[in-house]
Design a protein around this ligand. Structure first.
Ligand code: ATP
Ligand code: MG
Length: 262
């Protein structure tokens, strides 16, 4: 049996956080899961694929960003991932507003769906335990690159309006990517975020669970103002306020994630 070096070798698990619907907690989830995994001793690379650059801005000063994911994706030869160190076990490939041009600029580039996958395989997969990708609120080229590069997708949603139409859309998108570009792709789970104890959200949650079973994470992320405040301090939820409901909920999500990917 070839078992040598098992402990020193890394082969990152890649998780993309995606939903074309805006404001459902994608960035908060990417930042919280990433910072919690790092605090538990896992080496983590965050990748910001959204031109809004919310993930980047929530963890580092925007003015410190020189090169961004845009430069790596649009480099004419093989690009280099610009990796910035955020703290112990935690790095980021940041985004800037410039990324908004990428969809158009790459529209005639060959194999443009696999640009991120190739960058991660060449420069990050063997370095980190986890790579967490934050997607923009669309099913455009960036989310396509994320879905092509990733092992797992987490789909956050808010249990406010009926979520099934949107879920069908992203599910069809991911099925197509799985069929054509990334046979390893799996949905890790659907995550209910900004949860409030109202009759409506209870009904929607019950509907989701009866329809989709354990595809829905048991953990719900409660509505918690601390989660909205942490980014203002460029801080992950646990170092900002370890005793908040936000920290408790995302810690329990991370437990569930680690259980699911074993
Ligand atoms: P976009 O589609 O624009 O990228 P998103 O899906 O990444 O949005 P977030 O930016 O994570 O969503 O969250 C939207 C807003 O809601 C942010 O201001 C965030 O701080 C806040 N928020 C996220 N989760 C919670 C929560 N559980 N409780 C309270 N506020 C939250
Ligand atoms: Mg976001």
């Amino acid at each position: 049996m070839l078992e040598s070096n098992q402990n020193t070798e890394h082969h990152a698990t890649v998780i993309a956080v995606a939903n074309h619907k805006g404001g459902v907690g994608k960035t908060t989830t990417a930042a919280s899961v990433g910072t919690i995994l790092a605090s538990r001793g896992k080496s983590v690379l965050l990748v910001d694929l959204d031109a809004q650059a919310n993930l980047t801005c929530s963890l580092m000063p925007q003015e410190d960003v020189k090169d961004s994911i845009y430069d790596a994706l649009t480099a004419s030869d093989s690009g280099e991932l610009p990796i910035y160190h955020l703290g112990e076990n935690l790095d980021i490939v940041p985004a800037t507003l410039q990324l908004a041009q990428a969809d158009l600029e790459l529209s005639s580039v060959m194999a443009r769906e696999t640009l991120l996958r190739e960058l991660l395989e060449a420069q990050a997969r063997e370095v980190y335990d986890f790579i967490i990708i934050d997607c923009p609120p669309s099913l455009g080229l960036m989310t396509l690159n994320a879905a092509t590069a990733t092992d797992y997708v987490i789909i956050p949603l808010v249990a406010e309006v009926l979520p099934f139409v949107g879920l069908t859309m992203i599910n069809n998108f991911l099925s197509m990517v799985k069929k054509k570009l990334n046979p390893h792709l799996d949905i890790l789970g659907i995550l209910i975020t900004r949860y409030e104890r109202t009759n409506l959200s209870k009904q929607i949650e019950e509907g989701l669970r009866s329809e989709l079973g354990n595809l829905v994470f048991e953990t719900r992320i409660r509505k918690n103002i601390t989660l909205a405040q942490a980014p203002l301090e460029k801080s992950g939820i646990v170092s900002y306020d370890a005793r908040s409901n936000g920290a408790a909920d995302y810690n329990s999500l991370v437990d569930e994630i680690l259980g699911r990917i074993k």
